[in-house]
Write a protein that binds this ligand. Structure first.
Ligand SMILES: [Zn+2]
Length: 346
């Protein structure tokens, strides 16, 4: 069980009554909540001046924080949005807690309660998700409950929702472009690793790498994807994303490599590097690792461990030694049966 020191703080210790340094610690623990056993991490304080039996204490504020962790662990088990995820949704549209409640037509404090103590029921949960997924719906709800906002706030919020709507239709078009590039590969074959392109999976995998690898550039990202698919294919007889790769000068390059950089989990920053422009990939948000299966995560972690510190050129050189590269010609599609014969990784 994990139990580690966060920091030592000098404070008025409620256990022994003296002023001294106490340890603020974090440990894995379990709690029973609404009939479910939930695992979570709790914060507690330790006094080293008292006897071992009663040397721990938890200030009221920290207790609230721990309870929030318990509720969130419960929510995760039940497939409900966590308090942070609820906050992320309203902030996505630039709303306060009471504004988000007003937009949805709920009581003024409903969202505040969801973000602090009450577990939302499934109907409320799915409405919040839908409004996040579909900005058009958010706009409809805003108009429907216009009377709950001042004119000024109404137009400000409308503008911010419209901005999201424009962005998401742009994104939608980009995703359609990727799909249309892959219409040639709608059958499972040696070229897609017997997997039809899974855009959602690809989106989270790309987001995962952007989060785990610093100094990530375009060429390196493409190699990470290839190794991910090749290793996963080698282990499970199927690729992870369904991308199709071509033999190019800089190694394996997926079809639609430019289009896939417009997935919502990342954005691309142009950077001047020496005399050239580099395309640096940065994450737009954290990726929830729970969306990956254990098998998927094990491959992703292996790829990150191996190549994390590689520069683009190093990973290109490394890939040039693979059979998949040596035995295919320029612009030729790389079959997964070759891809799985990796030199080293498995
Ligand atoms: Zn003490």
């Amino acid at each position: 069980m994990k139990d580690k020191l966060i920091e030592s703080i000098e404070m008025n210790c409620p256990v022994c009554g003296g002023i001294h340094m106490v340890e603020k610690r974090l440990r894995e623990t379990q709690s029973l909540f609404k009939g479910e056993v939930v695992d979570y991490e709790e914060v507690y304080f330790l006094c080293d001046k008292a006897d071992d039996e009663e040397n721990e204490f938890v200030p009221a504020k920290v207790m609230d924080f721990n309870l929030l962790k318990v509720r969130d662990a419960y929510r995760t088990i039940k497939g409900l949005l966590t308090s942070n995820e609820i906050a992320e949704i309203r902030l996505y549209y630039g709303l306060t807690q009471s504004e988000f409640a007003a937009l949805l037509g709920w009581g003024e404090v409903t969202v505040t309660r969801y973000e602090s103590k009450t577990i939302q029921d499934e109907t409320y949960d799915s409405l919040m998700r839908m409004v996040r997924e579909n900005s058009m719906l958010a706009l409809e709800y805003l108009d429907k409950h216009k009377d709950r906002f001042t004119d000024k706030r109404y137009s400000e919020i409308r503008l911010s929702v419209k901005k999201r709507l424009d962005l998401s239709s742009h994104m939608y078009l980009k995703m359609q472009e990727i799909k249309s590039l892959y219409t040639k590969f709608e059958e499972e074959s040696d070229y897609n690793g017997f997997k039809i392109l899974d855009v959602d999976k690809l989106t989270t995998v790309i987001g995962y790498f952007a989060n785990e690898v610093n100094h990530l550039y375009k060429v390196k990202m493409m190699k990470l994807l290839w190794y991910t698919d090749a290793i996963y294919y080698r282990r499970h007889g199927q690729s992870m994303t369904g991308l199709v790769y071509e033999h190019m000068t800089y190694g394996a390059l997926p079809i639609g490599f430019n289009e896939i950089l417009s997935v919502p989990t990342i954005h691309v920053v142009e950077e001047m590097m020496y005399e050239d422009i580099g395309y640096k990939i940065v994450p737009t948000s954290k990726v929830d690792k729970n969306v990956f299966s254990r098998d998927e995560l094990s491959v992703l972690e292996l790829v990150v461990d191996k190549f994390k510190e590689y520069r683009s050129k190093q990973i290109v050189d490394y890939m040039h030694e693979e059979k998949a590269y040596l035995e295919t010609q320029d612009h030729e599609l790389i079959p997964f049966t070759l891809a799985s014969e990796l030199n080293e990784l498995s």
